[in-house]
Design a protein around this ligand. Structure first.
Ligand SMILES: NC(=O)c1ccc[n+]([C@@H]2O[C@H](COP(=O)([O-])OP(=O)(O)OC[C@H]3O[C@@H](n4cnc5c(N)ncnc54)[C@H](OP(=O)(O)O)[C@@H]3O)[C@@H](O)[C@H]2O)c1
Length: 238
């Protein structure tokens, strides 16, 4: 039994980095509340896992939905904002609607999740808030204008909250991975190389997240950047 067992909420829990993080945290004895739209990719029967089906892109109704979760689970110790998707191309290939919906999911919904759960964390005078950024939060690059903007925004939010929340005993961190072998690339026209030093595994990012979760209360790991040894981008055929 883990005597430091915590109750942790994570978005993007059904696949990739979020799913690997759920698995790791459950293995460590934590209670995990997962948010995603479709849990068929993560059929988890662990009694310490609570899946909540929610579309984070439904920005208009999101505040009430998140408030309901925060009211039902008023003893959450840590929140991990992981849900997101990639969409790449030159800016003029995006419709106005596509610009809005990518920013809504990758940034606005993360800010809403933080807004909903921070009061509870602050009330407890302890807690951990973790954002999943990206290497795209560190450096803008071609074809990535809106994705990079969404991730820069998340990083700005994380840095400001890190400063704002420390007096309340809440630590705020951001993890910025390079290319991770996950479902993220399923709908994209490019992917990482096939060699194992061309990608991170979701588990690698989960390990970094767990390091933050399990750190002593008075330590903040402000930012963790991790990337594959070799950065190889491969255009998909067809
Ligand atoms: N893979 C990479 O190379 C990479 C690199 C750097 C940063 N990241 C970031 O890491 C995070 C996770 O990516 P990943 O690689 O794990 O991707 P993934 O395997 O595609 O997983 C994405 C997760 O986000 C959830 N999600 C997507 N849209 C959602 C919505 N509208 N409402 C609720 N949940 C939604 C998905 O669940 P449902 O589909 O079930 O809703 C899924 O659980 C993202 O923020 C991504 O930007 C990824």
């Amino acid at each position: 039994m883990n005597t430091n067992s915590r109750k942790i909420l994570i978005t993007g829990a059904s696949a990739g980095i979020g799913r690997a993080t759920c698995q790791k945290l459950l293995n460590e004895g934590h209670h995990v509340i997962g948010i995603a739209r479709d849990f068929s990719r993560f059929p988890c029967s662990d009694s310490r896992f609570t899946p909540i089906t929610l579309d984070l892109e439904g920005i208009d109704t999101l505040p009430q939905q998140l408030q309901a979760v925060a009211t039902e689970h008023n003893d959450i110790d840590a929140v991990i904002c992981c849900a997101g998707r990639g969409q790449f191309g030159s800016l003029e290939e995006f419709s106005y609607e596509q610009i809005r919906s990518l920013i809504d999911l990758n940034f606005v919904s993360q800010a809403y999740v933080a807004r909903a759960f921070l009061p509870g964390l602050k009330r407890q005078q302890s807690g951990t808030l973790i954002f999943i950024g990206s290497e795209a939060a560190l450096r803008g690059s071609r074809q990535g204008s809106i994705y990079c903007a969404s991730k820069f925004a998340v990083r700005g939010l994380a840095q400001a909250l890190r400063d704002e929340c420390s007096k309340s005993g809440v630590s705020v961190s951001i993890v910025n991975p390079g290319m991770v072998k996950s479902e993220f690339f399923d709908e994209l026209s490019f992917t990482h190389g096939d060699d194992e030093d061309n990608y991170l595994l979701p588990k690698d990012v989960a390990d970094a997240i767990a390091l933050i979760i399990n750190a002593r209360n008075s330590i903040v790991l402000d930012e963790i950047n991790l990337s594959p040894l070799k950065n190889v981008v491969v255009k998909k055929k067809g």
